[in-house]
Design a protein around this ligand. Structure first.
Ligand SMILES: [Zn+2]
Length: 134
């Protein structure tokens, strides 16, 4: 398949130029590749096939994905998640991440210890530890 005009023989192309343009516009608007395929509608495998066999489409898809990713990241609310995953270092995100870290580090004082007292095992200790582990 060349992606050119349909010549009237055989099965018509599923993912013609118009569908590709529509798909790329959906991806560039921030949809995931799967959701954009569902919106075309075309199977995700057809998109993968086209990407692998048409370098021009692959380049356009890469650009559309980067644009869509930026749109999705900008839509994410400021907070700890955006600090950790989006790399945002604004005041809101810093404050949220600092508060969340402090909350995770704080350990209640009356929490029981996880350390288990082991009896004196002497020279057979490594063998016994292996037996317990298996
Ligand atoms: Zn932020």
């Amino acid at each position: 398949m060349t992606g050119g005009p349909y010549r009237g023989r055989g099965r018509p192309p599923l993912f013609d130029d118009a569908a590709r343009e529509r798909y790329l516009a959906l991806v560039a608007s921030g949809l995931t590749m799967r959701d954009a395929a569902a919106g075309c509608p075309v199977a995700p495998t057809v998109v993968t096939y086209t990407k692998l066999h048409h370098a021009e489409f692959a380049a356009a898809l890469t650009a559309a994905r980067e644009k869509g990713k930026r749109i999705r990241e900008d839509a994410q609310p400021h907070g700890e998640s955006r600090y950790n995953h989006g790399g945002c270092r604004c005041g809101i995100c810093r404050k949220a991440a600092t508060a969340a870290r402090a909350g995770r580090r704080a350990v209640p004082a009356d929490e029981p210890s996880e350390v288990i007292d082991m009896p004196q095992l002497g020279s057979r200790a490594p063998l016994l530890v292996l037996a317990v582990a298996s």
